[in-house]
Design a protein around this ligand. Structure first.
Ligand code: COA
Length: 260
């Protein structure tokens, strides 16, 4: 596994825990973090030893407190668009990764941090987590997919209120809104994610990838999700794992999936 400038990675039993490591800047997303996240998704896609991924932030205070505001400087309109495009490309890559990526939100998830968490396949929050899109405080809007994913995840009314008020919501409100799947004490956050992924990692990898792809199609206007599902369902019958899964069920034994 490649070394990163801003990320710590640790691989245990197929679960890669990725920690964004700029705690003195509340893990704000600068150019280096973007480069590392971009490379990370390429690497995990190509690394057979990685079955699933946890993304979290270093320290006990923040997941990610947003894009690094010091890099906004005097960007031109064109440079602003390029920055948003770069962020969106990387977050789309996370969302479309064939391996499950879940966010463990261990504190502030603001701006680009909330957008990063929303690009992951689902989210678990520590009880001290706080979510928000405070860009309007800076005369900005979210640029890394936040206006879209927030409305997808929590509905238009709640999303627009959060976007235009810059209000933060706490972990329990995020749970009530459907932004996160679980809220746990901070000390138990990673263990909760690990126990969920240990179960997921016993399932057929190609079927997992197909579930992610099919579910993402709901928001892809260029595709018909039901047709996509038919194609992906059919493809499963061409896999060794589908034959193994069915045989194991009928033989009343545990399936041994190989990802083929
Ligand atoms: N970009 C760059 N640096 C950031 C940052 C960001 N998004 N968020 C925090 N930091 C830095 C602070 O400048 C500070 O650095 P310093 O010690 O060199 O001064 C350090 O991280 C700690 O943050 P601080 O503001 O002192 O912590 P706090 O507990 O008082 O407040 C927050 C925490 C999250 C409420 C506050 O940092 C904040 O509002 N951050 C910006 C959030 C935001 O607007 N994000 C969207 C960006 S588009």
């Amino acid at each position: 596994m490649q070394q990163y400038q801003t990320l710590f990675t640790e691989l245990t039993n197929g679960i890669l825990t990725v920690t964004i490591n700029r705690p003195d800047k509340l893990n704000a997303l600068n150019k280096d973090v973007f480069t590392d996240l971009d490379n990370l998704v390429n690497n995990i896609t190509n690394d057979n030893t990685v079955k699933s991924v946890i993304i979290t932030g270093a320290g006990s205070k923040a997941f990610v407190a947003g894009a690094d505001i010091t890099e906004f400087g005097n960007l031109s309109i064109e440079e602003g668009k390029q920055l948003a495009k770069r962020g969106q490309d990387i977050f789309n890559k996370i969302e479309n990764c064939a391996k499950p990526i879940i966010a463990c939100v261990n504190g502030f998830a603001l701006g680009g941090g909330c957008e990063l968490a929303m690009a992951c396949h689902f989210r678990i929050a520590a009880d001290n987590a706080k979510f928000g899109q405070p860009e309007v405080n800076l005369g900005l809007i979210p640029g890394y997919g936040g206006t879209q994913r927030l409305a997808q995840l929590i509905g238009k009314g709640r999303a627009i209120e959060l976007l235009i008020s810059a209000n933060m919501i706490d972990a329990n409100t995020a749970l009530q809104y459907g932004l996160v799947n679980y809220v746990v004490p901070q000390a138990e956050l990673l263990q909760k994610a690990i126990s969920i992924l240990e179960n997921i990692n016993t399932k057929a990898p190609l079927a997992i990838a197909a579930c992610i792809k099919a579910a993402n199609t709901v928001w892809d206007e260029s595709k018909n999700g039901f047709n996509e599902e038919i194609a992906l369902f059919g493809n499963c019958f061409g896999t060794e794992d589908m034959k193994e899964g069915s045989a194991a069920f009928l033989e009343k034994r545990k399936a041994n999936f190989i990802g083929k």
